[in-house]
Ligand binder design. Sequence first.
Ligand code: ATP
Ligand code: MG
Length: 364
Amino acid sequence: MPTILGIESTAHTFGIGIVKDGKILANVRDMYTTESGGIIPIESAKHHAKIADEVYDKAISEAGINEKEVDAIAFSNAPGLAPCLIEGMKFAKKLANKLKKPLVSVNHCIAHLEIGRITGAKDPVMLYVSGANTQIIAYETGKYRIFGETLDLGVGNFIDTVARFMGLGFPGGYAIEKLAKFGKYVELPYSVKGMDIVLSGIQTNIKQKIEKLKLHPQVRDINKIKLMKKRKVVQSSGLSVNSSQKSEQSEVNYSLADLAFSLQETVFAMLVETAERALAHTGKKELLLAGGVACNSRLVEMCKIMCAERGCKFFVPEKSLLIDNGSMIAFTGEILFKNGIKKKPEKVDIFPRERIDNVEISWK
Ligand SMILES: Nc1ncnc2c1ncn2[C@@H]1O[C@H](COP(=O)(O)OP(=O)(O)OP(=O)(O)O)[C@@H](O)[C@H]1O
Ligand SMILES: [Mg+2]
C-alpha cells in the first residue's frame, strides 16, 4: 500500500496531509488570515513559503513515519491563485528531488469532492460550496459534470465580502454563522436562474443595508460583536457607536445579526433548491456536501431536511476535511497514483483557471 504525501497551497491555506490506504495519518495546516481586507495573493504565497518546512515537519511527526516511506508527493496544481500555486509546486518539486519520488498533480476542486468518498457516499450529487467555487456536480460518463453553478461569486467569497463590510475580518464564514444565531429574518432578494444562482445583487442589497446601519448602529449589535470578540469568535468589529448615534437607532429596523441570519436563510435556500433539482434530474439518491462553507451547521441542517423529505442519503465529511487541507490532496493523489498517474518533477505545471469539467477522469 503506497504512502502519499499531499500538499495544498491554492489560496489561503498551506497544508500537508499524509494518507496510506485511504486512511489519514496526518493533516496539518496553517492559514493566512487578515484582520481587515481580503487575500493579497502575493502575501499569501509569502506565508506559504515561510511556513512550509514547519508544516512538513509536523506532518511527518504526526504520521509517525520516516520521510523515506513516502512513495509519491501529490500537490494541488489547479485551480487557484498563481503565486500560491507556484509556492506549492516549488515545495513539491524540492521534496520530490530530495526523496527521489514522483509527483502527482491534483485538481483542488476534484480533491474537495473525492475526499467525500471517506463518508461512504457512492454516486452522489455534490454541492460544492467553497471560497471561489459554488457548483452542483455529478459524475456522468467520464467526467464530473456541472449541473448548476454561481453565475458570479463563489458563496464563500460572497460571505467573506459581507463579513468584511461588517468589519469581521477574513475569513468571515464562522463569524457570520455565530452572529446569525442572534438574528431574525429580513427580506433579501432571492436569485435562482434555472439550475444557477446569482449572488452579486444580494451582496449589493446587504451592503446598502450595512451602510445604513453604520450611520445608525444598533447598540445590541455592537454589544454582541464585543462579546464575540471577547470569546475570540470575531477579530475586530470595525464599528463604533456614540451617544448621538444611539439616539438614532429607531430609524433602521434590522441589525447586523438580522442580516447575517437572513443571508444564511436566503442563500442556503437557493443552494438547496438547485441541489434538489439536480437530484430530481439525475435520479441519484445521495447528496454530498463539500468545500469550506459546508462547515456551516445551518446549511447542513437545511440539506438534511431536504434529503429526508426526498428519501435521499446525506453525507458531509468532518470539518477538518472541508476547509482546504493537504489530506484531501493526498487522498486523491493516492487514487491517481494507484491508477498509474504520476510525473517526473520537470514535467509538472500549474493551471490557475482549470475547470473541473475539463479534467478527464480516467480513474473511475
Ligand atoms: N461556518 C461557516 N459558515 C460559512 N462559511 C464558512 C464557514 N466556515 C468556513 N467558511 C467559508 O469557507 C471558505 C473557505 O473554504 P475553502 O477553504 O474550501 O475555500 P477556498 O479554497 O478558498 O475556495 P476554492 O475551494 O473554491 O478554491 C471561506 O470563504 C470561509 O468563509
Ligand atoms: Mg478549497
